[in-house]
Design a protein around this ligand. Structure first.
Ligand SMILES: Nc1ncnc2c1ncn2[C@@H]1O[C@H](COP(=O)(O)OP(=O)(O)OP(=O)(O)O)[C@@H](O)[C@H]1O
Ligand SMILES: [Mg+2]
Length: 279
């Protein structure tokens, strides 16, 4: 479904992605792991079209999309979510979903804008789809809540919902588990699995949460310094000496993370997060 060959992205003299070659087959949930700064998000930006590669090619469903703009890739069913959710704070959860541009031109509200009578029908269809999506994600109770007031986990679910509004084929999920409490995390995992098994979505999932990777992903690919180190099943990849070595280089960050775990500010945010789950 996706073929990435010899992809390079240079920022000045620094190669954030440095000759990356990767295959994703239809129906997979490919787990993309690697230490901080390995180039995972940059790879997503290249595949989604937010960045142009310095070298290399990207093929999607057999077609070379390397030069295509983001929206053209989106219309082909290649959709990404963000490491930090990109919701519109002041719109409600439902409105956030209704804002997603449709993949089928016929569904476009604005194309029908001047056609009397069609507007309401089109809007009603989009609203219905948004409500179905909210129901699937178990977010119906916050449909009219401003997205800015949702918990971190609910925002991640809403991001997933945005991909459902477009009937995506390949979804790039960048750290869906980050900042999500355990209860919502289980829900997020369950929804990703249903979308994969029952609705035919293919995923690439970047995650530092190894439990989530182990549960959902096959194959697993580990990147380091802009390159693919190894691809295989979870246990093979996790126990590979090159992977362990790549993560060792991350020690200062791991120490920082450990320190952050006990930071009272972080504790306070977590409390707020738990409180918001009650919404
Ligand atoms: N726009 C940019 N300009 C310059 N350097 C960049 C830019 N974007 C990313 N980088 C650098 O490229 C490297 C890879 O960054 P990237 O965000 O892709 O890593 P990552 O694997 O997603 O890391 P993390 O797990 O921390 O999210 C980092 O060293 C980063 O500082
Ligand atoms: Mg990243």
């Amino acid at each position: 479904m996706l073929e990435v060959d010899g992809l390079v992205k240079a920022f000045g003299g620094f190669h954030a992605v440095d000759g990356c070659t990767l295959r994703v087959a239809k129906g997979e949930i490919l787990g993309l792991i690697g230490p901080n700064g390995a180039g995972k998000t940059t790879l997503f930006n290249l595949v989604a079209g937010a960045l142009q590669p310095t070298a290399g090619t990207i093929r999607f469903l057999g077609e070379d999309i390397t030069a295509l703009p983001t929206d053209a890739r989106f219309h082909k069913g290649l959709v990404r979510t963000f490491q930090i959710p990109h919701e519109f704070h002041n719109l409600t959860a439902r409105e956030n979903l209704m804002m997603v541009p449709p993949r089928q031109p016929g569904e476009n509200l604005f194309a029908n804008w001047f056609a009397a009578g069609k507007v309401r029908a089109a809007e009603e269809a989009v609203r219905q789809k948004a409500d179905d999506t909210l129901a699937f994600l178990e977010l119906t109770h916050v449909a009219d809540e401003r997205a800015g007031n949702l918990s971190g986990g609910q925002k991640k679910l809403l991001e997933l919902g945005r991909t459902m509004m477009t009937d995506a084929k390949l979804v790039l999920l960048d750290e869906p588990a980050a900042g999500v409490n355990r209860t919502l995390l289980r829900k997020l995992e369950e929804k990703i699995l249903i979308l994969n098994r029952e609705r035919g979505y293919t995923f690439i999932l970047i995650e530092h949460d190894m439990e989530m990777i182990e549960k959902l992903c096959a194959p697993v690919v580990c990147m380091a310094e802009g390159k693919v180190l190894i691809q295989g099943d979870f246990h093979t990849v996790r126990s590979d000496s090159r992977v362990l070595e790549a993560y060792l280089g991350e020690t200062p960050t791991a120490v920082e993370r450990e320190a952050a775990e006990h930071d009272p500010k972080v504790e306070e945010l977590r409390e707020q997060e738990l409180h918001r789950e009650d919404l």
